[in-house]
Design a protein. Structure first.
Length: 193
C-alpha cells in the first residue's frame, strides 16, 4: 500500500494513505508542492538512522539525515531535569549536549530542545504532550537544523491556523493544548501539573 509519511516525525505512515480524505486534507494544509517536496527529497540511497539502546527517545530523518537520541543525564534532578542529547545535525556533524529543561523557551528553542522537553513531559505523564505527533521535529523533515533556534510558538500558531483552515479542528485543538503545555511549563519552570 502506498502511503504518504512525514519523514523525520513520529506520524505513523499509515495515518495518511494515498487517495484518502486525510491525504487530501494534508494537501490543503501543506499545499501539493510541499507534499511533493517531502516525497522527492528522500535520498536515492537508503538512509538508516541508528537506534540506541538505553535511550528514552531515538529518531532520525531520512530527508535531512539528522538524528536525535536522548535520555536523562546523570546530573538530572526533580528540581533541575537535564536531558543528555546526542545526534547528528543537518551538516552530518555529530554532537552531544545537555539540555536543562527548565530553561527551554518555546519562543526561542532548537528542535532538539523542544523534543527533549516533549520527551520529559511525556515521561512525567503529561497527556497533552504524550498524544503528540512530534511537531517539534517536523522541522527536521524540512531543512531546519536540529541545533538552530526558532520560534516554536509562532510555528505552532501557523500550523494550527493551517489545520483549522483545512477543517481539521480536532487536530488543531490537540496542538493548541500541546503548545499551551510547553508555554505553561516554561512560565512555571517545571511545576507539576
Amino acid at each position: 500500500m502506498n502511503v504518504l509519511s512525514l519523514q523525520g516525525t513520529s506520524y505513523p505512515a499509515t495515518r495518511y494513505p494515498i487517495n484518502s480524505a486525510s491525504r487530501n486534507n494534508m494537501r490543503n494544509v501543506f499545499g501539493q508542492s510541499m507534499i511533493s517536496k517531502w516525497s522527492s527529497t528522500v535520498p536515492s540511497r537508503n538512509y538508516h538512522g541508528t537506534l540506541k539502546m538505553g535511550y528514552l527517545h531515538s529518531e532520525f530523518s531520512p530527508v535531512s539525515g539528522q538524528e536525535l537520541h536522548m535520555k536523562y543525564d546523570e546530573s538530572s534532578t526533580d528540581e533541575d531535569p537535564v536531558m543528555y542529547v546526542e545526534g547528528k545535525d543537518i551538516h552530518g556533524k555529530n554532537f552531544t549536549t545537555k539540555i536543562h529543561l527548565n530553561n527551554v523557551d518555546a519562543e526561542n528553542a532548537t528542535p532538539a530542545e523542544m523534543t527533549a522537553l516533549r520527551v520529559h513531559l511525556a515521561q512525567q505523564g503529561d497527556k497533552s504532550v504524550k498524544a503528540s505527533s512530534g511537531i517539534p521535529l517536523m522541522a527536521l523533515s524540512s531543512h531546519q537544523n536540529v541545533n538552530t533556534a526558532m520560534d516554536f510558538k509562532q510555528y505552532y500558531e501557523n500550523w494550527i491556523s493551517n489545520l483549522k483552515h483545512a477543517g481539521l479542528n480536532q487536530n488543531a485543538g490537540m496542538y493548541i493544548s500541546e503548545l499551551e503545555r510547553y508555554l505553561f511549563y516554561h512560565r512555571t519552570k517545571g511545576v507539576a501539573f
